[in-house]
Ligand binder design. Structure first.
Ligand code: TXA
Ligand code: MG
Length: 312
């Protein structure tokens, strides 16, 4: 458990830069943070939370400028950011060219969820870190969000590298507004009431369940839905296939990428999107080795099954 003094915040930033996990207070709920630019660091979040699928995560940033490097702001997004940032509002925006938030943090989507938190400790941490911080609410998958450091410790003791102490203010998660088209939609109600957002925009918000938005193929950038045909649970490689391997099942070669030669599922999750994309760029058929179904294997398999049916 770390205090919230400058030395402790600097230590937390060092842990994050080295790829570790740090829980920290925000004005809404505690976040479970990892370097948003590192697939390997973000994979540890999914492993610690025990998520059965790769939900995209919110990337927290310190400044508008940092946010503008990650997402493309529509005029409505600008209005909302002007009024509600820093604070409990998350904007889902089209990914900017040259954005550094990694594939795994976005669950392979062509959009990015951004938020500038107002909590002083979160602000300091982001300022010292100097890069986006991926952070879901600090609770195991399927449990309620943590609003005290003690709750976080109960749930994650021994599985994360540090917890920064502090209190939250709002107690519910941020409101999420999707600004991917000219018609902003409410993806999740939260700390800022819908009416306040509608008053700023001067229009009613459309509504979409977050899951539906994430799963709707129309919301995905085309290059994230593989064009290649995927053959799952492949025990061998046909001559015309490239191989997405796990644990060294296929004979190594120029057409084979191994998600984790040593059979580590967290390492495999970190490589998943980049390797899939690389093979898809040059091959029309990809054989995928069996992935164990425990731990992060469930989320990896879920993503591969979606890719195999072309749903994104
Ligand atoms: O208040 C909060 O928002 C807290 C604090 C830590 O900032 N964070 C939080 O994160 O609640 P999480 O991971 O528990 O919820 C993030 C939500 C998920 O429902 C996810 O599906 C959605 O944001 N989301 C993230 N990126 C998205 C995207 N590109 N498109 C649609 N939904 C997205
Ligand atoms: Mg959550």
């Amino acid at each position: 458990m770390l205090g919230a003094d400058p030395a402790a915040v600097a230590m937390a930033a060092d842990i994050l830069r080295a790829g570790g996990l740090v829980a920290f207070p925000t004005e809404t709920v505690f976040g479970l943070g990892a370097d948003a630019t590192s697939d390997a660091a973000v994979a540890k979040i999914y492993a610690a939370k025990g998520r059965p699928a790769f939900n995209p995560l919110i990337a927290h940033v310190a400044t508008r400028r940092a946010a503008e490097q990650q997402g493309i702001f529509s005029p409505q997004a600008v209005k909302l950011a002007d009024v509600f940032w820093p604070g409990p509002l998350t904007l889902v925006l089209p990914l900017a060219a040259g954005a550094s938030v990694c594939d795994l943090a976005r669950a392979g989507l062509g959009s990015v969820a951004l938020r500038i938190p107002s909590h002083p400790v979160a602000q300091q941490l982001l300022a010292v870190l100097g890069r986006p911080l991926a952070a879901p609410s600090a609770n195991p998958s399927g449990r309620v969000s943590a609003v005290t450091a003690a709750h976080v410790r109960e749930d994650f003791d021994g599985r994360i590298d540090a917890i920064i102490d502090g209190g939250v203010e709002v107690g519910v998660e941020s409101t999420i507004v999707g600004c991917l088209t000219d018609d902003p939609v409410l993806l999740r109600p939260g700390g800022i009431p819908r009416e306040a957002i509608e008053a700023v925009l001067g229009i009613k918000l459309g509504e979409t369940a977050p899951g539906a938005a994430v799963n709707a193929p129309g919301m995905l950038a085309a290059h994230y839905a593989p064009r290649a045909r995927l053959r799952l649970d492949a025990l061998n490689l046909e001559p015309d296939e490239a191989g997405l391997d796990f644990g060294g099942r296929f004979a190594p070669g120029s057409k084979v990428l191994d998600l984790s030669p040593r059979g580590d599922l967290t390492e495999a999750a970190a490589h998943l999107f980049a390797y899939l994309r690389r093979l898809d760029e040059t091959h029309s058929k990809i054989a995928v080795a069996p992935i164990p179904s425990e731990g992060l294997g469930e989320a990896i398999s879920d993503r591969l099954r979606r890719a195999a049916v072309g749903a994104g």
